[in-house]
Write a protein of this length. Structure first.
Length: 95
């Protein structure tokens, strides 16, 4: 149980570091968000639902319309919580 908790905390730490790196890069005048979006899309395949939901929420906040096919595809295999996050993300991306 402790190993699983440690793994989850490590993944959350990684997500937060990547999010900060992305925000710093954007503040510094970065022009191509594609790299960050690609990393987040890869995180949608993570084994941990917490990481997947965090990636879904991040893609939504970035309005990453290129992630829509993957998000739609995930709906059939996702848990109820993930489906809710995906539905909200799709709505936000399409605003």
């Amino acid at each position: 149980m402790r190993a699983k908790a440690k793994d989850v905390l490590e993944r959350i730490r990684f997500y937060n570091e990547e999010k900060k790196r992305w925000q710093d890069w954007k503040r510094a005048g970065g022009q191509d968000p594609a790299e960050g979006i690609q990393r987040l899309v890869k995180m949608l395949d993570d084994n941990d639902a917490v990481v997947r939901v965090a990636a879904i929420q991040s893609l939504a906040s970035m309005k990453a319309d290129e992630s829509l096919p993957k998000l739609v595809d995930m709906m059939t295999k996702a848990s109820a919580g993930e489906r809710e996050a995906i539905a909200k993300a799709i709505a936000k991306i399409n605003e």
